[in-house]
Design a protein around this ligand. Structure first.
Ligand code: F6R
Length: 237
């Protein structure tokens, strides 16, 4: 594991450079994207760089980590909507080659890993981290061999994400997420965490034991992981 620790602004810039380098070498790379507040600075930076012609996503295929069950892609809290509005509309990606698990056709989850494999496998998977160590929506206790599947969200996760909805009641109780195995199959992984609120779980995940009770700790077993942290998230390391 390699740690990159800097200010929030520089973390976004350095993470964006990772994409610039990767796509200059491998313009048709398969990328795994994440939602949530953490990657917003990175996505803004990618949009800026793409606008300036410094990076192109023209030949990229992408797969997102997860989607809320029950939300259609036009719902303003769906992760499809998030990706369209925060990244895809601002870069030159072909939206028909972007994939987000369906929140409505749950049975389609079974085919998601196969589609990733058929596309050539994910070159670089971006991850955030939940306060309980979840990656994607793989909550504590998710088996190592899990592939894309339907999950029950914990109360902790629903409460953490309620900030984006008008009330807690509106936060879906389930989601479709890539599994731990799906994530670990990516050739490289980039995890980002920002803020003091993530310091405890960052410490537990990357300096503590590898356990399914802290899903992000499993990343210690992956051969190519970069952890991008601001000073607050890294403060307990
Ligand atoms: C998002 C995802 C989640 C988030 C995590 C952190 O697609 O799968 O694991 O990365 O919940 O969310 P933020 O960035 O909002 O703190």
């Amino acid at each position: 594991m390699k740690f990159i620790i800097d200010t929030e602004e520089n973390i976004a810039k350095k993470a964006a450079q990772r994409y610039v380098e990767l796509l200059s070498r491998n313009p048709d790379a398969v990328l795994g994207f994440a939602t949530g507040s953490t990657p917003l600075g990175l996505y803004a930076e990618l949009a800026r760089l793409c606008g300036e012609g410094k990076v192109s996503f023209r030949d990229v295929t992408s797969f997102n980590l997860d989607e809320y069950a029950g939300l259609d892609g036009s719902h303003d809290q769906s992760y499809r909507y998030f990706m369209n509005h925060n990244l895809f509309e601002h870069i030159d990606i072909d939206v028909s080659r972007t994939h987000v698990p369906s929140g409505l056709d749950i049975a389609a989850a079974e085919a998601y890993d196969k589609a990733i494999e058929e596309a050539g496998g994910i070159e670089l998977q971006l991850l955030g981290i939940g306060n309980n160590g979840h990656i994607g929506f793989n909550e504590p206790g998710t088996p190592l061999d899990s592939i894309t599947h339907l999950v029950d969200l914990t109360e902790m996760t629903r409460k953490a994400n309620a900030r984006f909805f008008t009330s807690l009641d509106e936060v879906p109780t389930q989601a479709v997420t890539m599994g731990i195995k799906t994530v670990m199959n990516a050739r490289s992984i980039m995890l980002m965490a920002l803020g003091k609120g993530k310091a405890d779980i960052v410490k537990a995940s990357f300096t503590g034991p590898v356990t399914t009770l802290v899903p992000a700790s499993i990343l210690q077993l992956h051969p190519s992981v970069e952890i991008y942290l601001d000073y607050d998230a890294a403060s307990l390391l």
